[in-house]
Design a protein around this ligand. Structure first.
Ligand code: ATP
Length: 513
């Protein structure tokens, strides 16, 4: 199946099974805003818990905070977001559609890559086993020509982006490459303008002179402006970290790929404050720690890769992304940045307050350097959905759709089903749920055949199903079915808790780190 089709199936699966709904759907939706349904919210909460516990429980020197979405507007001036958190935009005069100039050019680069890939695929088919891809790429005239054009474009584009960006040059590239609007098919482009991604609103009544405030575009600044409060009240010593989970808002122009790029989303960020000069060592350590956290979910190490940044933000001295293999390619899920002392120094300058750290061991004061790990909950959610979605052919010829979610993250851990809706079996099933519901999320299901009920649970990723039959009433044993292997075993009700709890708990997952 083409990867595009797989992705479409995942998106509709998310809706059909109560994971993600388009926001305001009965009013035809609101662009790039989504709601999480009954299963989605459980999965999302479990992801957050896995992250939070891996930070705050497993590290004595990391604590959490929950700062407000609204902050003093000068914070965003100091952080550089008011002046520099921009995307370059261009409009097509005929279709009146607006695009990100950088995305149009990146798509054009991808087109050259596609052309090359097609030539390679064609030749591979033609020559079969005798095909030497490396040789073909380095000798075939058409491939070489595409590659030359691609590299020249990439080089020119990088130069333009690094120069500010140079908006005139971005426009010129679009004209020279003869990029057309996908809607109107014309090259009738406006100038390129900078567009700030922050949402703003007014605080206070207009009569009092309302203040323009922003919806935070990242959670990190709430940590920076509180770092000294936490350090002093928590008697924290450097190195230490502050973690936070919360909503962030960006007026993304090109909102696409479902919950990959949203206008309202959630971040899990941790700022780690270190002594100047030690930051690159800590950067390396956090890079490894974070990748281990991702890999522990068991989707396969080949699903992850680092993407080290060549072009660094002006304040960073090292940056990398952890990318996950989505159906639409390797994509950033998390960023790890060595942000120097940029943010704290800026806040010191703009607030006029001394926010230096006093080191009791050396008796000196300094502005700490910061390593940041920043991950989007929603992107993580999407990567988990993509990694878990499987269509399997069964021995009887049927196909089952199964979400092989890491058990610790699954919305429902155990489904309990009476074989029939009579003879006291439903009551027995309820009894089991009543005993287990304090430990994990259980679901009762008595409708339809057992086979159909298994399929329903497979589709939402429930790792275990328990069937209560007539023998249960006398032997107090049930059939326990494993989602992934579909194996069934007979187990005493009294042992259910100990068999399952361990396999589905976040604690067990954390222990593998
Ligand atoms: P991108 O290059 O994809 O726009 P970014 O580099 O701007 O992302 P950061 O500012 O580093 O992203 O934010 C950290 C994390 O927050 C990202 O790795 C991503 O998981 C998440 N994130 C950022 N923007 C969005 C968005 N619009 N929707 C969902 N998640 C987002």
């Amino acid at each position: 199946m083409a990867q595009e089709d797989v992705f479409k199936k995942i998106v509709s699966h998310c809706k059909e099974y109560g994971f993600v709904f388009p926001s305001s759907e009965i009013y035809d939706g609101l662009g790039a805003v989504y709601d999480y349904g009954q299963n989605g919210v459980e999965l999302k909460n479990n992801i957050k818990q896995y992250w939070w516990q891996s930070m705050v429980l497993l590290h004595e020197n990391i604590v959490g905070i929950d700062s407000a979405i609204f902050m003093h507007p000068t914070i965003w001036k100091a952080s550089g977001h008011v002046d520099a958190f921009n995307d370059p935009l261009i409009d097509n005069r005929d279709s009146k559609k607006r695009y990100r100039a950088d995305v149009l050019i990146e798509d054009q680069i991808a087109k050259y890559d596609d052309k090359i890939a097609k030539e390679v695929a064609k030749a591979a088919k033609k020559y079969g086993d005798a095909f030497n891809e490396e040789e073909f790429r380095s000798t075939n005239a058409r491939v070489l020509e595409h590659q030359r054009k691609r590299d020249a474009l990439h080089e020119r584009y990088s130069r333009a982006m690094n120069a500010g960006p140079d908006l005139n040059e971005l426009r010129q590239i679009i004209l020279d490459e003869e990029i057309v609007c996908p809607i109107s098919g014309t090259k009738n482009w406006t100038e390129v303008r900078q567009f700030n991604l922050m949402f703003s609103t007014e605080m206070g009544s207009t009569a009092d002179g309302a203040m323009k405030v922003y919806l935070r575009p990242e959670t990190a600044q709430g940590i920076f402006v509180n770092y000294l409060n936490v350090q002093k009240t928590g008697r924290m010593k450097i190195p230490f970290g502050i973690a936070q989970i919360g909503k962030a808002f960006r007026n993304e122009i090109v909102a696409r790929q479902f919950i990959f790029r949203m206008r309202e989303f959630e971040q899990m960020e941790m700022q780690f404050f270190v002594k100047p000069g030690t930051e690159l060592e800590w950067f390396k350590q956090w890079k490894e720690t974070r990748l281990r956290w991702h890999k522990a979910l068991g989707f396969g190490d080949d699903h992850y890769r680092y993407h080290d940044h060549e072009k660094l933000a002006h304040y960073a001295n090292a940056a990398t992304d952890i990318e996950f293999l989505m159906p639409f390619g390797f994509k950033e899920v998390e960023g790890i940045h060595s942000r120097t002392n940029f943010d704290l120094s800026q806040h010191e300058k703009f607030s006029g307050k001394n926010i230096k750290y006093f080191d009791p061991e050396t008796n000196e004061s300094y502005t700490p350097y910061v390593i940041e790990t920043s991950i989007g909950v929603d992107r993580m959610f999407l990567s988990i959905m993509c990694g878990s979605y499987h269509e399997e052919k069964l021995e009887n010829g049927e196909t089952r759709v199964v979400l092989k979610l890491p058990a610790a993250l699954a919305p429902v851990k155990l489904a309990v089903m009476p074989l029939v809706k009579k003879d006291g079996l439903p009551e027995k099933a309820r009894e089991i749920i009543d005993a287990l519901k304090f430990h994990f999320n259980c679901q009762y299901d008595e409708k339809d055949s057992i086979g159909k009920r298994y399929r329903r649970q497979d589709a939402i990723g429930t790792p275990y199903c328990v069937t209560v039959d007539h023998d249960t009433l006398t032997d107090n044993c049930v059939t326990l079915r494993n989602r992934d292997t579909m194996q069934q075993e007979r187990v005493p009700i009294s042992e259910l808790d100990s068999i399952i709890a361990d396999r589905v708990s976040i604690t067990s997952l954390l222990k593998t780190l």
